[in-house]
Design a protein around this ligand. Sequence first.
Ligand code: KG4
Ligand code: ZN
Length: 351
Amino acid sequence: MALIPRDIDTRLVLGIESSCDEMAAAVLRGPSEILSSCVHSQDWVHEPYGGVVPELASRDHVRAVSAVVEAALSEAHVSLDDVSAVAVTAGPGLVGSLLVGLSFAKALAYRCGLPLVGVHHLSGHLASAELADPSLRPPYVGLVVSGGHTALYRVAEAGEVKLLGETRDDAAGEAFDKVAALLGLPYPGGPSLARAAEEGDEHAVDFPRPLLGSPGLDFSYSGLKTAVAVEVERRGRLTPREVADIAASFQAAAVDVLVARARRALGDQGLLQLAVVGGVAANQRLRGALEQAGREEGFRVSFPPLALCTDNAAMIAAAGLRELSRGRRDGLDLNAFSRAPLQGGAVAGGS
Ligand code: KG4
Ligand code: ZN
């Protein structure tokens, strides 16, 4: 059975996502037809501070939510009367941010008498793989690499997900962002660092590959980040050439660990399909390395297009549709949560 049911193809699901610094809304028809996907970025709000300021994020969400949802409906050429359900990210994320999308979704569902379903943000990222590539069918290994999470899952036939390993400290995207800040690269850090790395020599500095030699499927990025901090400190004022070399060497180390762990997960699980999702899946060096490993070892790698890698609401609508088809509905008492493990895709409580 596919993760996203393919028998419900007339249902229009409105998805809303506001877990961090993007306000997004999308309309999905059936399991894989994206009628619209609107994302309102707040990069300009947080850029002066070099990172997301939660209070500013939620305030901007309040200003944007109504217009973003209206834009998603109008781009899809549908009205609220055509929508059959509302799916919204309930967590994990910044609670102040989540509450804006969640309250709006609850109000819409109440006003229009629509079913409401709360979605786990990581369930959304995982759903983006099948949304983008309908030929991808479970079982497969899902690698979630984002600003808040780095984890490997087994996605099983019935759409059940099982955690295989995760980061013990920083997420991969968080390490990209922090290293970019250390190198004085502009916000948002991940894409800036990837751009700087294009000009650099990735063999210039031999950074550690944390946990690479140890058993299991966990990740660790704080040691790598510290190694970059020590190198930057040692060198003092950096030339543009040094910035590019350190960026490229860091990126190579971060990617090596992701590739090695993904290969091991596939081997352990006896699977030959890998789906890579989340903001860091937009990284071209990671894409190239995993595609090459796939060619060498005979596994298939599926990456969503860039717009579905970073936070968006189409993936939330897709995950919501799956939950709805399982008969799940949430009440108006649905609450936001900052942290909670992903369990079978359902919203797993917590606070
Ligand atoms: O999935 P996402 O949009 O939000 C979270 O759920 O966290 O991921 C954002 C993360 C950020 O850390 C950002 O720096 C990283 O994805 N990112 C990248 C690239 N594009 C976005 N990291 C490396 N290379 C990229 N091209
Ligand atoms: Zn995300």
